[in-house]
Design a protein around this ligand. Structure first.
Ligand code: HEC
Length: 137
């Protein structure tokens, strides 16, 4: 290998590791991360087989969006939804998820329906009660 090629290679390798360093910095934290991303991934994994990825439901499974969602949940709080889902869902394994996983999924469902909220949902009952399920103005 000629000297020039070694230098070129060294420059290239240096450039690559700089690039990797930059993208590692910009990437969202793995665990933790943002609640929407976690909630969506959990929803797709644990709920979408029945409720569909579109949250539209099927003939056997109610939708978690649209008119039916508003009819059943408007004016209730995130806590009502959290308690019911935790007690009854996934239908084939009720209560089978961690409480925070339920909170992440509820946050995803509420955001999907454009319910106004600030910050992440936690499993704290009082905090969940403060999030009222209402339509975006
Ligand atoms: C095996 C199929 C199945 C899975 C998986 C499942 N569900 Fe359901 N879900 C149903 C059925 C059927 C109903 C209607 C009967 C009932 O309410 O128990 C329902 C009802 C609901 C309701 C009440 C809807 C309403 O407006 O009355 C919510 C909310 C809900 N599911 C959320 C979830 C969430 C969140 C998950 C994932 C953690 C999930 N479900 C996973 C089948 C399923």
């Amino acid at each position: 290998m000629s000297g020039l090629r070694i230098v070129a290679l060294a420059v290239f390798v240096g450039w690559c590791s700089a690039l990797i360093a930059v993208s590692a910095q910009g990437a969202p934290a793995q665990a933790g991360g943002d609640q929407q991303t976690r909630g969506k991934a959990l929803y797709v994994d644990k709920c979408s087989a029945c409720h569909q990825e579109t949250l539209k439901g099927t003939t056997e499974t109610p939708p978690l969006s649209g008119d039916m969602f508003w009819m059943n949940w408007e004016t209730y709080s995130a806590n009502n939804l959290f308690v019911q889902v935790k007690a009854t869902m996934p239908e084939d394994n009720p209560g089978g998820l961690q409480p925070q996983e339920y909170a992440d999924i509820i946050a995803y469902i509420l955001k999907f329906n454009e319910v106004p909220m600030t910050g992440d949902l936690t499993t704290d009952t009082d905090a969940l009660k403060k999030v009222i399920i209402k339509k975006k103005e």
